[in-house]
Design a protein. Structure first.
Length: 428
């Protein structure tokens, strides 16, 4: 049954108690009605245009006052384009929604600069060029496949195509959550709907057998360009991410307490990361600080850029492009550290803690204060193993004594950076 009432939230709640009433027409405006859902504490706002009713929002998410306020705008859009998807956002094309989402992401202070750049690049370089003028009403699996996914998979890696699709689906999910669109046409869309290829993790390009040559090349770079050599050495020694490492400041490090604290705002997981410092690590930091102080002034950043700030992401990328020569990246240092810990028998959970991976609730339940001692033990064994292969040439301190190792490869002879790349080419 349909009733015409003076529409208000109070009236809607009163009529919700009468199961025979299915719809309410607004006496204030004949083009507006509320349709009760099966769960009668919720409903859909419908607008009448060109003889048809279209849903444009939900109740109580959009209350009566707001629905009446937005109604003229909705009617105007439908008069101009009867096929438009109506919602509070006032959009008619995919491009308009994407531009809104891009602006929202860029102004979100909780997101890292790297994440913002990634989203902006996906929208500007791939989503807008292919979907900008597409009407929201026509967006579905088929149009996404034809206009976006199938063309992209011809030229881009599956992992990057998946990232682009995720940005698109997140934009629609956020718009629906805020009731800016009436429905999400991509709610159940998955990457495997379009591409069946299994995305495998990138193979490591540095192996434990490369450690000797790698450390020799880093030692040479440390002598020529201390900042560049130090950046790579700290990552290899601690398994840290490049972003976490390049933003380190001296106030985050206590040589007396032997601890390196990485603030939550500098980590990918947005959780504070505390790393114990071994004697070789402390020796490396003392040597590097002495080099900085010899240049004058009181250093603030471990890796200073312009304006008293740490070096940026692009500068760090350029450093590793030079160091690796295209044969390995900064992330390969992190992978090498993880492999080394596993080979040395470091507990899996301790390895995950050292990497600062996001931990599930169940895993966190078993973390206790002994983890700090176990992390120190793991790094002590790792640095001792590295010392046997040339790490001592970089930190200049006392060589640590290695504990039991599951692999006994001998340290390779010292070679230059260019020779290291040639050796890797021969292996390939």
């Amino acid at each position: 049954m349909t009733l015409t009432v003076a529409m208000s939230d109070a009236e809607i709640r009163r009529q919700a108690a009468r199961p025979e009433v299915g719809r309410l027409r607004a006496a204030q405006h004949p083009a507006l009605r509320l349709r009760f859902l099966e769960e009668r504490t919720r409903g859909s706002w419908d607008v009448r245009a060109a003889g048809e009713w279209k849903r444009f929002a939900g109740w109580p998410e959009l209350n009566t006052k707001a629905a009446l306020a937005v109604l003229p705008e909705v009617l105007a859009r439908l008069a101009a384009d009867p096929e438009a998807v109506v919602g509070r956002g006032g959009w008619s094309t995919v491009g308009e929604l994407l531009e809104w989402y891009r602006e929202r992401v860029m102004r979100d202070r909780k997101l890292s600069a790297k994440r913002k750049t990634s989203v902006k690049s996906a929208i500007d370089c791939h989503l807008l060029p292919r979907l900008s003028s597409l009407p929201l009403a026509t967006l579905n699996r088929s149009t996404v496949d034809q206009a976006l996914m199938w063309p992209l998979q011809e030229t881009l890696s599956p992992s990057y195509v998946r990232l682009i699709l995720r940005v698109l689906t997140m934009a629609f999910k956020q718009a629906l959550r805020l009731e800016l669109i009436a429905e999400d046409p991509l709610a159940s869309v998955k990457f495997t709907d379009f591409v069946q290829a299994r995305i495998k993790p990138k193979a490591a390009r540095l192996h434990v057998m490369d450690a000797g040559q790698l450390l020799a090349s880093l030692a040479a770079r440390f002598e020529q360009a201390p900042l560049e050599g130090m950046l790579a050495a700290m990552m290899l020694a601690h398994g840290t991410r490049v972003g976490e490492t390049r933003m380190a400041r001296w106030r985050h490090i206590s040589l007396s307490e032997r601890v390196w604290l990485i603030p939550a705002e500098n980590t990918k997981t947005r959780t504070e990361h505390v790393l114990p410092l071994t004697e070789p690590a402390c020796a490396l930091l003392r040597r590097y600080r002495a080099i900085q102080e010899a240049k004058g002034g009181d250093p603030v950043c471990l890796f200073p850029g312009r304006g008293g700030k740490p070096i940026g992401d692009k500068t760090a990328s350029a450093i590793f492009s030079s160091l690796g020569g295209g044969q390995w990246s900064s992330h390969d240092l992190r992978k090498l550290a993880r492999t080394g810990w596993a080979e040395l028998g470091v507990d899996y959970l301790i390895g995950e803690l050292l990497l600062n991976h996001a931990m599930g609730f169940a895993a966190q339940t078993y973390i206790n204060t002994s983890a700090d001692d176990l992390k120190l033990d793991a790094l002590t064994r790792w640095h001792a193993w590295l010392d046997e292969r040339g790490f001592a040439a970089i930190h200049g301190g006392t060589v640590a004594v290695s504990s039991v190792s599951r692999f006994d490869a001998q340290a390779a002879p010292v070679v230059a950076c260019s020779d290291f790349r040639e050796l890797q080419k021969e292996r390939l």
